[in-house]
Design a protein around this ligand. Structure first.
Ligand code: AMP
Length: 368
């Protein structure tokens, strides 16, 4: 098979940029569709500007490529439907719909036997009080749609806090879920090709600050076999039930009683950035391979890796690169508080070297 494809990406941020950086060596070209110009994407492909409801622009975009994917899950399904009239869109519509509604997502997890925190849908202050009585407190009240990185959610410590919580996020469809007592947060990334073949990356441990991912440790230390097998089974059950094509990320809470699923993302994921240097085939290359109908690559780790997000402010790159085994990825974005500007992956041969390099990085930056 000759690979001279054009892949369209809806969205034009760092995930699209890294998809292109992985696909270009395979002879694939990239066209991005986004409402605004993007420094991240324009270095690596053509950017077509248009609104998500601009039927003409979306059709022109779809007709200029062989297959379309997306790099964020809040792309309107109506936009992917317009694109789908002209070419295939992967991951499939069902996966996108699922991740756009936390209630639908939880129900699907449950139907597949994937454990979730106790929850209840909430559409009024009365329903919230009833949900707290039924599900228990403390809990978290979340918007069903358009929540990410901890946005659109409020903690409810006691039943008395119900009205204040409703005041903070109420007025839109919500879900109330009990707080999970977890020891750490994990994620598992899995990939499915169009012929149904699947591969799964090793589970990683993720550390957050202010709701934003700071660091992923690959591999998660001390994963017992039962939990590893369960995580892989959950991810592959989702892939198969959705007839999925591409990379899927499943975020999990690790608890003393087993794994509890938090949410999934139908796309390449920040907790998989370490795979660029730390795995035989990166998540980006495997996603591109999957949507282009190509065979998937090996997910085995290469050495020990830790990934740190560069958030808000750029460190002195020359100082960072003076540390051995360090790899820097900048996304072409300007500094702004809370913004993901790039990431650093440290990849070493041994866990001891990894600790040493991470300590050296911590000594010259605020990253680790
Ligand atoms: P989310 O937007 O659902 O990914 O939530 C953002 C973060 O809030 C997660 O990474 C967790 O740290 C925390 N969180 C969300 N839901 C729960 C829960 N049910 N129990 C405990 N922590 C949670």
């Amino acid at each position: 098979m000759r690979v001279a494809m054009r892949v369209g990406v809806m969205g034009a941020g760092q995930l699209g940029r890294m998809l292109a950086l992985a696909g270009i060596p395979l002879g694939i070209r990239f066209v991005f569709f986004a409402p605004e110009p993007s420094a991240s994407a324009q270095d690596v492909g053509d950017v077509m500007l248009g609104a998500w409801d601009d039927e003409k622009a979306l059709t022109r975009f779809a007709e200029s490529v062989d297959v379309v994917t997306y790099e964020f899950e809040n792309v309107p399904a109506s936009a992917t439907d317009i694109v789908a009239r002209s070419c295939a869109v992967w991951p499939p519509r069902g996966a996108l719909m699922l991740t756009q509604d936390r209630l639908h997502e939880k129900e699907t997890f449950q139907s597949l036997g994937i454990p979730v925190a106790p929850y209840a849908p909430v559409n009024s202050a009365e329903e919230l009080r009833a949900a707290i009585a039924r599900v228990g407190a403390p809990g978290i009240l979340k918007t069903r749609r358009f929540g990410y990185d901890g946005k659109g959610q409020v903690r409810v410590d006691t039943p008395e806090a119900a009205d204040a919580a409703w005041g903070a996020v109420g007025g839109v469809p919500l879900i109330y879920e009990r707080v999970v007592q977890f020891t750490r947060e994990l994620s598992v990334l899995a990939v499915r090709a169009s012929d149904g073949t699947r591969v799964v990356y090793p589970i990683v441990e993720n550390r957050h600050r202010h709701g934003i991912l700071r660091c992923s440790m690959a591999l998660a230390a001390g994963m017992d076999d039962a939990k590893r097998i369960a995580a892989e089974a959950y991810a592959t059950a989702l892939l198969d039930s959705l007839n999925y094509v591409g990379v899927l990320a499943l975020e999990l809470f690790d608890t003393d009683f087993g794994l509890v699923a938090n949410e999934m993302a139908p796309r390449v994921h920040n907790s998989g950035h370490w795979t660029i240097e730390g795995a035989e085939t990166s998540q980006f290359e495997n996603h591109v391979r999957a949507v282009c109908g190509l065979p998937l690559g090996d997910c085995a780790p290469v050495g020990c890796s830790a990934m740190f997000n560069i958030i808000g402010k750029e460190p002195d790159i020359a100082h960072v690169l003076a540390i051995p085994d360090v790899h820097v990825h900048m996304y072409g974005k300007s500094e702004r508080p809370g913004r993901k500007l790039g990431h650093i992956t440290v990849r070493t041969r041994t866990p001891r070297e990894l600790s040493e390099r991470v300590a050296a990085l911590g000594a010259i930056t605020t990253i680790s």
